[in-house]
Design a protein around this ligand. Structure first.
Ligand code: UN1
Length: 507
């Protein structure tokens, strides 16, 4: 495991960092166990109140100098972060795969997303532009500009332990903000590794201490960030339950949030679909990352006339899946993150059966050689009605629910008939159906695809969803605007002072 040494991970690691400096604390110890083999890899301390205070104070102070760096100069630093990530892609991809359990290809893919967002942010650093408007008053000019906000708190989840941080951090930095990151307590070593990679670049460029901060810890540290009035924006990725707590706490102080929460993503399989192509999208969407992406395909809504044919193809494909060590590139499916996740998987299977679901591919926990961690489970498929409580709920595991439809209106109603609204797709060669699906009377999700599955979004588009997914947008398009404050400016270059709205006010 030379990747640990390459990434500067020791057996005991610090609780927090202000960029280059590490801070120790008296907080509790978090051990990182790999779901791949069940072994303890290393430990980190969690931040105590004192370490947290040092970090946020340093981040708030650093904002004053960082915001004065021209945006393209900040972009140049981010360009170098992208270069450093290219150099560390192999080691970091392996760590992601080992600590989180996703396949090595997906570990590399996640680092690639980090590189891509850095490239995107570099270009963006010269395009943080606002509009100019025509004033109603003569010899007046009106325009808007975008200013940095301050400290941005980033709370990320275990399933994308490095990429989601980078979507936020790369944009936040070019916009002139400083960042404080709380990685998931299930993947703390990924946080240490990224901190080390960035520290070398920041040191070289004399970036002020406090621009890139890290605090390790669990729920309590998340609460400190959410309550902290020095942090104008919290970007949180995770469960809807967590997001509601963060939204309430940050909202109570009228802070801003970007929330990227649960999904319950469906693919509609039309009678006019290319079924072989659809199969790849559905199987990868359902079993990739062992069903632990927020964009994982959880439901298939299949036209009644192709239901039997398509489910037969699915059953055959599931029979060919290789489950095992994700670092072995022959395997398709790795483990779940931990044994708690395995229990939730098993409970959902039981609930599904009790609520009337019928399994056409059975689930179960794998045992024996190579499965010692107890975290490897079989991807499974159940025929289940959309309204069942278990189907309405996001279970972070490879359980796929299939159901039939007759009309396209009915399929769209089923697709939309869940509390979440992240990603959606239709497989069809019928233009009328695909246009209806993409129209304002179609999918209610933040992401709607045609002839592509629900997972694997590119960084160039805005990423996020509606309803219980939280409404936030990250990554591409104009998602950067959420990391800045808008200021409207009106300038009078005349010799008179005409008032707006036609008001006469003579002295
Ligand atoms: C997440 O699961 O939190 O489209 C994000 C995808 C990834 C992002 C997933 N780019 O599946």
């Amino acid at each position: 495991m030379d990747f640990l040494a390459i990434l500067g991970i020791q057996s005991q690691n610090g609780a927090a960092s202000t960029g280059i400096e590490w801070i120790n604390s008296n907080g509790s110890i978090i051990d990182s166990f790999s779901p791949v083999d069940g072994k303890k890899t290393a430990s980190v301390q969690s931040a105590d109140a004192k370490a947290y205070e040092t970090v946020v104070k340093t981040a708030a102070d650093a904002f004053h100098s960082w915001r004065m760096w021209p945006a393209p100069k900040r972009g140049e630093v981010v360009r170098q972060v992208g270069e450093a990530l290219r150099k560390h892609k192999d080691a970091l991809g392996k760590l992601v795969s080992y600590e989180m359990g996703k396949s090595l290809q997906e570990g590399y893919g996640e680092v690639q997303e980090m590189i891509d967002i850095c490239d995107f942010a570099v270009g963006l650093s010269r395009q943080l532009h606002g509009l100019t408007m025509h004033s109603e008053r003569p010899m007046h000019r009106m325009y808007e500009q975008w200013h940095p906000m301050g400290v941005v708190g980033i709370i990320s989840a275990f399933n994308f332990p490095v990429a989601v941080w980078s979507w936020n951090a790369a944009l936040a930095w070019v916009c002139g903000n400083t960042t404080v990151w709380k990685p998931s307590e299930k993947t703390p070593l990924c946080g240490i590794a990224v901190q080390n990679i960035v520290a070398a670049v920041f040191k070289e460029n004399k970036v002020p201490e406090g621009v890139n901060c890290l605090v390790q810890g669990g729920r309590e540290v998340g609460e400190w960030l959410s309550k902290d009035t020095r942090i104008p924006l919290i970007s949180a990725t995770g469960s809807t339950r967590m997001g509601k707590l963060v939204a309430a706490t940050v909202g109570a102080r009228l802070g801003k949030t970007i929330l990227e929460l649960g999904g319950n993503n469906a693919i509609i399989i039309s009678k006019d679909a290319d079924l072989d192509m659809a199969l790849i999208g559905c199987v990868f969407g359902a079993v990739g990352t062992a069903g632990q992406r927020c964009t994982t395909t959880r439901r298939l809504i299949i036209h009644e006339s192709v239901f039997d044919t398509f489910t037969a193809k699915l059953v055959k494909a599931y029979g060919q899946l290789r489950i095992g060590n994700p670092l072995d590139t022959h395997n398709h499916v790795g483990p779940l993150i931990d044994k708690d996740a395995v229990q939730l998987y098993l409970k959902s299977i039981e609930d599904c059966k009790q609520q009337g679901g019928r399994f056409i591919v059975e689930g179960g926990v794998l045992e024996g050689e190579n499965y010692e961690s107890g975290c490897y489970v079989k991807p499974c498929i159940a025929e289940a009605a959309n309204h069942l409580p278990v189907v309405q709920h996001e279970t972070f595991a490879p359980i796929l629910y299939v159901m039939t439809y007759t009309t396209i209106d009915e399929a769209i109603a089923l697709q939309n008939g869940v509390p979440q609204g992240l990603s959606s797709a239709i497989m069809t060669l019928n233009m009328r159906e695909s246009e209806q699906f993409l129209s304002h009377a179609g999918s209610d999700c933040g992401i709607a695809n045609v002839n592509i599955g629900t997972s694997g979004a590119e960084i160039g588009g805005a990423f996020g969803g509606e309803k219980e997914t939280g409404g936030g947008r990250e990554s591409g398009s104009d998602a950067w605007k959420a990391y800045m404050r808008r200021q409207t400016n009106t300038i009078n270059w005349s010799t008179q002072l005409p008032l707006a709205q036609g008001i006469q006010f003579d002295l």
